[in-house]
Design a protein around this ligand. Structure first.
Ligand code: GLT
Ligand code: MN
Length: 343
């Protein structure tokens, strides 16, 4: 699998988060499987064909990095990205960088800086920020303009820390948009909003900031994921990618990549191939509650198999035909051509 990706366009391999292999909790019920210790999940990820693993700070705290690195070395794993968890702890219940409480904003900044150190220590090139609790459930609960300024100040402060401490070795920061869940309304809800935020950061730091668009998050908002990726590419801001699937606009499902909209996923592969995407192809999927412990990696092997199939088919899509359909304005026929390539 990884060879196919590498041979054909230089992508560095497949990624997945340790949280993808959870114990099957959902908002209405507790675990359905044993909660595997994080370090024990690493060999499973490797066995499923993953070469780049992703962690939150709460999953891999700084002092456990050496232990993780030993296991990673033994299993041929590298770290694809690291991310501070600004959503799990009660202290961040009303946001981290956008909290009203300056002490909480300070704590968020300290966590983010420690996550920068961990990212460097783990040799990852990217640190992700997901906007988990940044947002509001009730109108006027926050002053939107003030919240925006707090995010600008927060991201600037993290960027300044990283540059001061690591200079050109600083990781890059990929902000991951999501429209809602857990908050009713989340700040940085879509790609356009994040691009706007980046444009308001300190110009010297802007090159360090980009995006991590996720399939399900775009589709939850009723937006087209491919256009979101194309916008990131056009802006030179596609820093990371989280692929999965989503069954229309409802709660975040993190289904296997390629499951719900394979034709659009085929088109995504075409765009990534043409862009010569040099990064990791990372899945952000969730082993469903109904899968048994021994089947917990099915979600990853299914995603990887779907990607492999779609990737090979995308290589055969005739780009000249696409251009001709575009020129003639035969868009329905173009859709038919893509379907022929797929089925
Ligand atoms: C959380 C979220 C994901 C993010 C993770 C990184 S956490 O699971 O649903 O989309 O990528 O913080
Ligand atoms: Mn994600």
């Amino acid at each position: 699998m990884n060879q196919i990706l590498a041979d054909k366009f230089g992508a560095r391999g497949l990624g997945a988060g340790v949280w993808n292999l959870g114990p099957g909790r959902d908002p209405f019920g507790g675990p359905t499987r044993p909660d595997l210790p994080i370090l024990q999940r690493l060999p499973l990820l490797a066995k499923a064909g993953i070469t780049y693993v992703e962690f939150h700070d709460v999953e891999l705290p700084f002092h456990q990095i050496p232990a993780a690195q030993r296991i990673m070395r033994d299993h041929g794993l590298k770290c694809g990205m690291y991310t501070p968890s600004f959503f799990a702890e009660p202290v961040f219940k009303d946001g981290a960088m956008t909290s009203h409480d300056p002490k909480i904003r300070k704590l968020a900044l300290e966590n983010a800086c420690r996550a920068v150190d961990a990212t460097v220590q783990l040799g990852a090139k990217v640190m992700v920020f997901w906007n988990g609790r940044e947002g509001f459930d009730f109108v006027l609960a926050k002053d939107g303009q003030e919240s925006f300024r707090r995010m600008v100040d927060g991201f600037n402060a993290v960027g300044r820390y990283a540059v001061k401490r690591y200079g050109r070795r600083s990781p890059r920061f990929a902000i991951e948009p999501k429209p809602n869940e857990p908050r009713a309304n989340m700040y940085l809800s879509n790609v356009g909003e994040v691009l706007y935020l980046i444009s308001r950061l300190d110009p010297k730091l802007q090159p360090l900031f980009g995006l991590n668009p996720e399939t399900a998050h775009s589709r939850m908002a009723g937006l087209d994921y491919l256009w979101d990726v194309e916008m990131c590419l056009e802006a030179g801001k596609l820093f990371h990618i989280h692929l999965n699937a989503q069954d229309t606009t409802r709660y975040d499902q993190d289904l296997p990549f390629g499951y719900t909209e394979p034709l659009k996923d085929l088109a995504l592969c075409v765009v990534l191939q043409d862009a010569k995407w040099p990064g990791i192809i990372a899945f952000d999927v969730k082993a469903p509650r109904t899968d048994r412990q021994e089947d917990i990696t099915d979600i990853l092997t299914t995603s990887a198999a779907n990607l492999k199939r779609l990737w090979s088919k995308a290589l055969k899509v005739d780009r000249r035909k696409i251009a001709a359909y575009r020129t003639r304005g035969n868009f329905t026929a173009l859709a038919g051509y893509l379907a022929r390539c797929l089925y």
